[in-house]
Design a protein around this ligand. Structure first.
Ligand SMILES: [Fe+2]
Ligand SMILES: [Fe+2]
Length: 311
C-alpha cells in the first residue's frame, strides 16, 4: 500500500490544535513537588476544578483501594492515598479525557502505559532513586505521541502494524522504516505544548534511546527499562522467567537489581487489578466526542477494532 508521507507541518498544526491541559494539572504538579505542601493545599488546588475533583473521588471509591467506607471528600482521600497517587490520578483523568479514540484498542494502550508507570516507580523506589514519583508519571506518559498518531494517521499506523507482524519487528523499528515522523518526536512536541517538566519530556522523547537524553539519561533509562519490561510482561513470559531473564532484557538500559526486580513483579501484580477497574470507570465517565468517533469509524473500515501495540 502506498501511503503519502506524513507532513511534519501538518503534525505541528494538529499538535497546536490539541486542547490545553486543565490548569489544575499544572497546579497539582507544582504543589506535590513542593516539600512544604500540606494536604489542605493540595485539596484547595484540586477543588478549583470540580469536574476533575468529582472524578478523582469516584476513582478513589472504586473497589480497588479498599478504603474503609465511602470517602466523600478530598480531605479524607488525600492522606489515605498519598500526594503522588492523587497527583497521578488527576493527571490520568485529564489526559484520558483528551485521548478518546474509539475504534482503537485504547485499553491496550493505557494498559501498557500503566504497566510502564508501575514498573518504573517500583524500580526507582527499590533502588532508592530520587525521582520515584516522577518516574511513575513519565512511565504513564512515555508513549503519548502515539495517541495523536493513532488519531490522525490511522492508515499509517495500520501499515506499521502490518509490517511489525510480517517481519516480526518492534513497533518502533517498523515505524522508523515507514514513517517520516515517529511517536517519540510527536510526543516531545506534545510535551512542549502541554509544558511538561524537562524530565517527563525527555522520557517521552528518548525512551527508546536513553543515552541520547544528555544529563537526563539516568532518569530516562528507568523509563526505557520499564517500557521493555512492561512489553515483556504483556507477553507474559519474562517476569515469570525470573530475575536473570528480566535483567538481560533491560541490561542495555538499566542495571536491574534482584530487589528492584522483585519489587516490580509485586507491584505489577497488585496494580494491574487496579488498572482494569480504573479503565472501566474512566470509560464510563469519559466525555463523548462525536467528531473523533466519526473519524475512527472512517479509519476503521471493515477491519473492526484494531490492535494497538504498546512498543
Ligand atoms: Fe515508545
Ligand atoms: Fe511503550
Amino acid at each position: 500500500m502506498d501511503l503519502p508521507d506524513i507532513k511534519i507541518e501538518q503534525v505541528i498544526t494538529k499538535i497546536k490544535e490539541l486542547p490545553t491541559l486543565p490548569d489544575v494539572v499544572f497546579k497539582v504538579n507544582e504543589v506535590v513537588n513542593d516539600p512544604s505542601t500540606s494536604a489542605q493545599d493540595l485539596e484547595n488546588v484540586i477543588s478549583r476544578d470540580q469536574a476533575i475533583a468529582a472524578k478523582v473521588l469516584k476513582l478513589v471509591n472504586s473497589a480497588f483501594y479498599g478504603l474503609p467506607g465511602r470517602v466523600d471528600t478530598l480531605s479524607r482521600a488525600i492522606p489515605l492515598l498519598g500526594f503522588s497517587t492523587v497527583r497521578n490520578l488527576v493527571m490520568s483523568v485529564s489526559i484520558f479525557d483528551l485521548s478518546a479514540i474509539t475504534g482503537f484498542d485504547m485499553k491496550g494502550f493505557w494498559r501498557h502505559s500503566f504497566a510502564t508507570s508501575t514498573i518504573a516507580q517500583a524500580i526507582a523506589r527499590a533502588d532508592g532513586l530520587p525521582d520515584a514519583e516522577t518516574q511513575s508519571l513519565a512511565g504513564l506518559l512515555h508513549d503519548i505521541g502515539k495517541v495523536l498518531l493513532f488519531q490522525h494517521y490511522s492508515e499509517h499506523v495500520q501499515a506499521v502494524v502490518e509490517l511489525m507482524d510480517l517481519k516480526n519487528m518492534s513497533f518502533v523499528a517498523a515505524e522508523k522504516s515507514l514513517l517520516t515522523v515517529t511517536h517519540t518526536e510527536i510526543g516531545a512536541a506534545i510535551a512542549d505544548k502541554w509544558s511538561f517538566p524537562p524530565n517527563i519530556k525527555a522520557a517521552i522523547e528518548f525512551h527508546h534511546n536513553p543515552d541520547s537524553a544528555g544529563e537526563l539519561s539516568d532518569f530516562v533509562s528507568v523509563t526505557a527499562a520499564a517500557n521493555v519490561l512492561a512489553l515483556r510482561h504483556e507477553d507474559e513470559f519474562v517476569l515469570e522467567k525470573g530475575f536473570e531473564s528480566a535483567s538481560e532484557f533491560v541490561e542495555p538500559f538499566y542495571q536491574l537489581t534482584d530487589n528492584s526486580y522483585r519489587s516490580a513483579v509485586r507491584e505489577i501484580e497488585k496494580q494491574m487489578q487496579f488498572f482494569e477497574n480504573f479503565i472501566d470507570r474512566m470509560e464510563a465517565f469519559r466525555r463523548p466526542s462525536p467528531l473523533l468517533e466519526q473519524e475512527a469509524e472512517r479509519a476503521k473500515g471493515d477491519s473492526g477494532i484494531w490492535r494497538l501495540p504498546g512498543e
